[in-house]
Design a protein around this ligand. Structure first.
Ligand code: MTE
Ligand code: MO
Length: 261
């Protein structure tokens, strides 16, 4: 989030657009949308298109009023898959975003960094980057949606979080996986277990086939394409499997913790 980006359809107020969208949504969808925080970002996640790319607010609203099965599935089924895109759709350059400028982003030393594992897991061993790099990886091209109303398509490669949780013997009946990051004033975010186990949720080590640069969260970020950007923590230093809701950087400032589809 941080600096505001100028957005959207010229002359259209974001808040009004979200309100109008609510009016035209099918009933159940509206209830779910409101319960999930009713943000412009959520609209982008749901429609699968960047709201800011729409030619007019009208187009957007027509699309929303016809919310199709795929959208309904995303809204009502947390296991639904986020859309994937071809190579040609990748946004270049991909934006950097944080609550500070890039020069203040944490510079993590990959040689000494270890991922700490805590809470309700059988094996609490810490993991070096080399050890993590040995795990099987997959690549995804998905859309990252910031709650501020911008979005971008990127390519992320890493290990499905659910495979790692299985490997460490996590109690997947627990409610959350809670991530802490290396940012100077701290950044953290809780992820509900259902989303942690989602097949596209990833421990990401590469962006565009290159080792994750500092901008995008070296050495590891958690990529959750079914959730808004702020629920995709970068510079992760620890994960804790827990039943306690421990809050998060943006969640504590009033952003809806569910913040996804
Ligand atoms: N550690 C950390 N993770 C973070 C943030 C942050 O400030 N610190 N910002 C979040 C927000 S609001 C967004 S939109 C994305 C931006 O990711 P990007 O820089 O790869 O585009 O990171 C998310 N994860
Ligand atoms: Mo964001």
């Amino acid at each position: 989030m941080g600096r505001m980006r100028s957005l959207l359809i010229p002359g259209v107020d974001n808040k009004l657009l979200v309100k109008d969208a609510q009016k035209v949504m099918p009933d159940l969808a509206r209830r779910r949308f409101v319960a999930g925080g009713a943000s412009l970002g959520a609209l982008t996640l749901l429609t699968g298109c960047n709201v800011s790319d729409s030619f007019s607010a009208e187009d957007m609203l027509i699309r929303i009023s016809k919310f199709n099965d795929a959208v309904q599935a995303l809204m009502f089924n947390p296991d639904a898959l986020a859309p994937t895109f071809p190579e040609s759709a990748i946004t270049r350059p991909f934006p950097f975003n944080a609550y500070y400028g890039l020069d203040e982003a944490p510079r993590v030393d990959g040689k000494t960094w270890k991922l700490e594992v805590r809470g309700l897991v059988d094996n609490k061993k810490s993991w070096t980057l080399d050890e993590l790099y040995q795990l099987p990886q997959v690549r995804q091209i998905t859309r990252h949606v910031c709650v501020e109303g911008w979005s971008a398509i990127g390519s992320w490669t890493g290990t499905p979080l659910r495979d790692f949780l299985k490997l460490i013997g996590a109690d997947t009946r627990a409610r959350y996986v809670w991530f802490q990051c290396a940012d100077k004033d701290g950044y953290n975010s809780p992820l509900d277990m259902r989303s942690a186990l989602h097949p596209q949720t990833q421990m990401t080590f590469k962006f565009a086939d290159e080792i994750l640069p500092t901008a995008y969260g070296f050495p590891m970020k958690i990529r959750v394409p079914t959730k808004l950007g702020f629920k995709n923590p970068k510079y992760v230093v620890s994960m804790e499997v827990t039943n306690d809701y421990k809050g998060g950087y943006w969640e504590d400032q009033g952003y809806n913790s569910f913040s996804g589809s």
